[in-house]
Design a protein around this ligand. Structure first.
Ligand code: GDP
Length: 447
């Protein structure tokens, strides 16, 4: 059918997040994509084999879940094969959904697309969109026609939500006025607690909230299932983005969370700082790394909590630490905390790193400072020779923040080896005391 081809075209990633969590089917892939500056998530389902009976079962198995999670469904049909019984069964299901569905006829290259696709109108799902995924043809138009209306809708909704945001802060301030004279000039730090099922997100959230005063406020809007919980700690305000749905349950043990990749990705997108919880006893799994990958891609600040650190003997602790080193060593900027959500050990210290990460990410750094640090780095350790000429860094300035971006101009900078780039990054990190957030350095040829 060409779904994977389309998926790869849209996401342009080689390593998509393959959802392989308990309670989820294996065959769904999640990838990040961008259209006209809008980030969106593409879900690729393994597909339906088309056997007449059993189609409901197949669909229930995974496509149904994907449909449920999605805002937009692209229903791919094969222009060369023509309409099949399976197509009709799927269309029957889709027509009953209150979802935006689009029929996309693939493989329209080299055939008379209009006459080949005419029969798909019988599916009663409206317009037939023609593409040739392997040639990349029709895809921009497809995105324009399918995403543009939703983008317009979301923009309108965003306005509402930002109004709600203000209301939320008002509500919060009213409540805090009694015993706090602190004026909250800044926006609260949004902290997303993410992680696989059973790592202890709910226990941690309750632990954090149990110690603090809480106003529960269900934020309406685009982030469907996560709950936004305002809280204060040491006179600072935060909004916890609770992906585990703690507040919807009476007890932690009440309902097993229905893990949703989409919900987690939205929380990452919407927060300032990601708190990734992993389970010390379960070790680092590929799913942990996938979630980490999404957090890194988004450029968000990051703190890692290694939970269930209670009751382990030293030998086991050492073993876990060296495994963490081996598997997480590549993210050198995130603070690692060993905690017990159950007993509360180490939980308070998390916030020190959360604050540090947020401050690091939003810090304004002067051009003079960036320039000076660049010169110092260059003096301490010269850039290498490339083709007999020394790479020369000439000028640096800020390119933005959250995450901090540094733009460096110079000669032959595109030839700088990765090792030197890493050296520069670490130099800046140390000099500016930036922790908890990635730093992006862009190199530009010339002055
Ligand atoms: P979630 O699915 O990520 O929200 O995980 P839960 O908070 O529901 O926790 C899953 C299980 O791990 C529960 O049985 C918790 O009691 C247990 N658990 C959570 N935190 C800790 C901890 O720090 N230490 C220990 N020993 N168990 C924990």
């Amino acid at each position: 059918m060409g779904k994977s081809t389309l998926f790869n075209r849209l996401t342009r990633t080689r390593d998509a997040l393959v959802a392989d969590f308990p309670g989820l089917t294996r065959d769904r892939k999640y990838g990040q994509a961008n259209y006209d500056g809008y980030e969106f998530i593409v879900v690729d389902t393994g597909g339906i084999d088309g056997s007449e009976e059993g189609i409901e079962i197949e669909m229930a198995d995974q496509s149904l879940l994907a449909i449920e999670e999605a805002d937009i469904v692209l229903f791919l049909v094969d222009a060369r094969v023509g309409m099949t019984v399976a197509d009709q069964a799927i269309a029957n299901h889709l027509r009953k959904q209150e979802k935006k569905c689009f029929v996309v006829a693939n493989k329209t290259d080299g055939i008379d697309a209009d006459s080949n696709c005419a029969e798909f109108y019988q599916l009663s799902l409206g317009e037939i969109h023609h593409i040739a995924a392997s040639h990349g043809r029709g895809i921009t138009l497809l995105l324009e026609q399918t995403l543009q209306p939703l983008i317009a809708e979301l923009a309108a909704l965003d306005e509402d939500v930002s109004n709600d945001d203000e209301e939320l802060i008002d509500l919060y301030q009213e409540d805090s006025e009694d015993d706090s004279h602190q004026a909250f000039a800044d926006k609260p730090v949004k902290l997303a607690i993410i992680g696989r099922p059973n790592v202890g997100k709910s226990t941690l959230t309750n632990r954090i909230l149990g110690e603090e005063r809480v106003i529960v406020y269900d934020m309406p809007g685009t982030t469907r299932d996560s709950i936004y919980i305002p809280m204060t700690r040491n006179d600072k305000e935060y909004i916890l983005i609770d992906t585990a749905g703690v507040r919807k349950r009476k007890k932690v043990s009440d309902v097993v969370e229905k893990f949703s990749v989409i919900k987690t990705l939205q929380a990452i997108e919407d927060c300032n700082v990601v708190l990734l919880v992993v389970d010390a006893r379960a070790g680092i799994s590929d799913q942990d790394l996938s979630l980490l990958g999404f957090a890194l891609n988004s450029g968000r600040s990051l703190v890692i909590a290694v939970n269930k650190w209670d009751g382990l003997d030293d030998y086991v602790k050492d073993r876990i630490k060296s495994e963490l080193d081996r598997r997480l060593g590549f993210i050198d900027f995130a603070r690692l905390h060993f905690i017990s959500a159950l007993h509360g050990t180490g939980v308070g210290h998390l916030f020190e790193s959360v604050d540090e990460a947020y401050e690091s990410a939003t810090k304004r750094i002067s051009t003079a400072m960036l320039r000076r640090i660049m010169d110092m780095a260059q003096a301490d350790h010269q850039p290498p020779l490339v083709r007999g000429r020394r790479v020369k860094l000439k000028y640096a300035h800020a390119g933005g923040y959250n995450p901090p971006r540094i733009v460096i101009h110079g000669n032959q900078v595109h030839d700088l080896p990765d090792s030197y780039k890493r050296y520069l990054m670490n130099y800046y990190r140390k000099a500016l005391k930036i922790m908890g957030t990635p730093i992006k350095i862009e190199f530009r040829e010339g002055d």
